[in-house]
Write a protein that binds this ligand. Structure first.
Ligand code: ADP
Length: 380
C-alpha cells in the first residue's frame, strides 16, 4: 500500500559504501550517495539489474553492513550505528534460513519468545495466528525439511511478521519459487499489504512484474546509484531517463533524430510521425523516443490519433495466452495480441500494417543512458 500523508518510517540519506576488496583488474563495487525514503505502511520495490547493489543496500538498511558515509533513520531516529539485532527491521532472505532442528511453529515463535522475551503463550498465540493466515497451520509440528521451497518461504515470512517489525525487507522473494508458488506468495503478500498497520515493506527483486505488481512506489538502482524514486504509475508513464525506461520495461526505445515536433527519424532513415508538446523539444537533435507499449494499437477502428507508423509483419509466434507479432518499422519491435479472436485471425506474416500511437504514447529523452528528460528549448 501507499499512504502519501503517512509519516516517513525509513530514510536513507547520502548513503555511500565500498566493499574492501578490489584489485588492479576489478574495482571494488560501491554505492554512491543513495537517498531513499519510505512511509509508514508503504510497500516499495527496489528494481535494478543484477549487480546494481540492491542486496548491498538492503544489508545496510538491515544493519549487516555499515555505510561509509550517510545515515539510516528509522522513524526519525539515527540508527546507522545500531546493531542489526536491535533494529526493528527484519529481512527475509531468498535462501532457506529456518532452524532445521526446530518445528515450523517453534521457528515462527522463536523471534518473539527468545529475542523479544515474550511469554511462551503470547509467542505461540501470535505464531498460530500467522500460521493460519499463511495456510501453514497443518504443518505446525513438521520439521522444515519436510516442507516445499514455497512453504519454507512462507514460514520465513510468518517468522518475520510475528516479530512485528517496523520495516520488513524481502530479498529476492521469488528467486527459488516455481510459478505456482510465486502466485501463492503474491496473493499472500497482497492480503498482508492490505492489512492496516502493517510494516513498511521493501522488496528487492529481479522479477520486474512481481515488484511492479505489488509495489505502489518504486526506486530504481543502477551501478550503485539511485536513479529515481517515485510512484509506480508516474515512473511507468513518464520514465525520467532512457535507462530508467530500460529497467522498468514497458517502452520501446528508438534512437534517431528529432526533425520537428511531429517527425522523428530513426537512425536508418525511417520516418516516425509523432506528437510532442513543446516541453519535450530536445536540446540535441540526436536523441531517443520512448513509445509506451500499452499505448500502441493495431486496430484502426475509431482511431483519431495523428500518429500512425506503417510496418511489415515479419513473424507471428502463436502461444496459448497471447501471440507475439514482430513488426519491422526500421527496427523490429514485438507487440502482443490476444491469441484468439478477430484481431489474431486478421494478420499474417508479410502483411503491411498500421500501428496507431495514442497522443501520450511518445516521450523524447537524451541518447545517453543516464540523461534525464530533455530540457525545454526551441527547435530551429
Ligand atoms: P544486486 O543485489 O543488485 O544483484 P549486489 O548488492 O548483490 O547486487 O552486488 C553488487 C555488487 O557488489 C556486485 O558486483 C557484487 O559482485 C559485489 N559484491 C557483493 N557482495 C560482495 C562482497 N561481500 N565483497 C565484495 N563485493 C561484493
Amino acid at each position: 500500500m501507499y499512504f502519501p500523508s503517512a509519516p516517513v518510517t525509513l530514510e536513507l540519506s547520502d548513503i555511500s559504501f565500498k566493499y574492501s576488496i578490489g584489485d588492479r583488474h576489478a574495482r571494488a563495487f560501491s554505492l554512491a550517495q543513495c537517498n531513499i525514503s519510505a512511509r509508514a505502511g508503504e510497500t516499495m520495490g527496489i528494481l535494478g539489474p543484477s549487480g546494481a547493489g540492491k542486496s548491498t543496500l538492503l544489508s545496510i538498511i538491515a544493519g549487516h553492513l555499515r555505510p561509509t558515509t550517510g545515515a539510516v533513520r528509522l522513524r526519525g531516529r539515527d540508527i546507522t550505528q545500531v546493531r542489526a539485532g536491535l533494529r526493528r527491521i527484519v529481512t527475509v532472505f531468498q535462501e532457506d534460513s529456518l532452524f532445521p532442528h526446530l518445528t515450523v511453529e517453534q521457528n515462527v515463535a522463536y523471534g518473539i519468545a527468545t529475542l523479544q522475551r515474550h511469554s511462551e503463550i503470547v509467542a505461540s498465540t501470535r505464531a498460530e495466528h500467522y500460521l493460519r493466515r499463511f495456510g501453514l497451520f497443518n504443518h505446525r509440528t513438521s520439521s522444515p525439511a519436510a516442507l516445499s521451497v514455497g512453504e519454507k518461504q512462507r514460514v520465513a515470512l510468518c517468522r518475520a511478521l510475528v516479530a512485528e517489525p517496523q520495516v520488513l525487507l524481502l530479498d529476492e522473494p521469488t528467486a527459488s519459487l516455481d510459478c505456482i508458488q510465486r502466485d501463492v506468495l503474491m496473493d499472500l503478500l497482497r492480503e498482508t499489504l492490505q492489512c492496516e498497520k502493517g510494516p513498511t515493506i521493501i522488496i528487492v527483486s529481479h522479477d520486474r512484474d512481481f515488484a511492479l505488481d505489488l509495489c505502489p512506489t518504486i526506486a530504481v538502482l543502477d551501478e550503485g546509484k539511485v536513479l529515481c524514486q517515485g510512484e509506480r504509475e508516474d515512473l511507468l508513464a513518464v520514465p525520467p531517463s532512457r535507462r530508467v525506461a530500460q529497467i522498468l520495461g514497458g517502452h520501446f526505445i528508438l534512437d534517431g533524430q528529432l526533425e520537428s515536433e511531429s517527425m522523428f527519424r530513426l537512425s536508418d532513415g525511417v520516418p516516425i510521425p509523432i506528437k510532442l508538446s513543446g516541453r519535450h523539444a530536445p536540446a540535441e537533435r540526436n536523441c531517443s523516443i520512448l513509445i509506451r507499449k500499452s499505448e500502441i494499437s493495431l486496430d484502426n477502428r475509431e482511431h483519431t490519433s495523428p500518429c500512425q507508423i506503417t510496418g511489415r509483419i515479419v513473424r507471428i509466434t502463436p502461444s496459448p495466452l497471447c501471440s507475439l507479432v514482430e513488426v519491422e518499422i526500421g527496427r523490429q519491435i514485438r507487440i502482443q495480441i490476444p491469441s484468439t479472436g478477430a484481431q489474431h485471425a486478421a494478420y499474417a506474416a508479410g502483411d503491411t500494417i498500421s500501428l496507431w500511437l495514442s497522443e501520450t504514447a511518445v516521450q523524447v529523452v537524451g541518447r545517453s543512458p543516464q540523461s534525464a528528460d530533455i530540457p525545454e528549448v526551441a527547435l530551429n
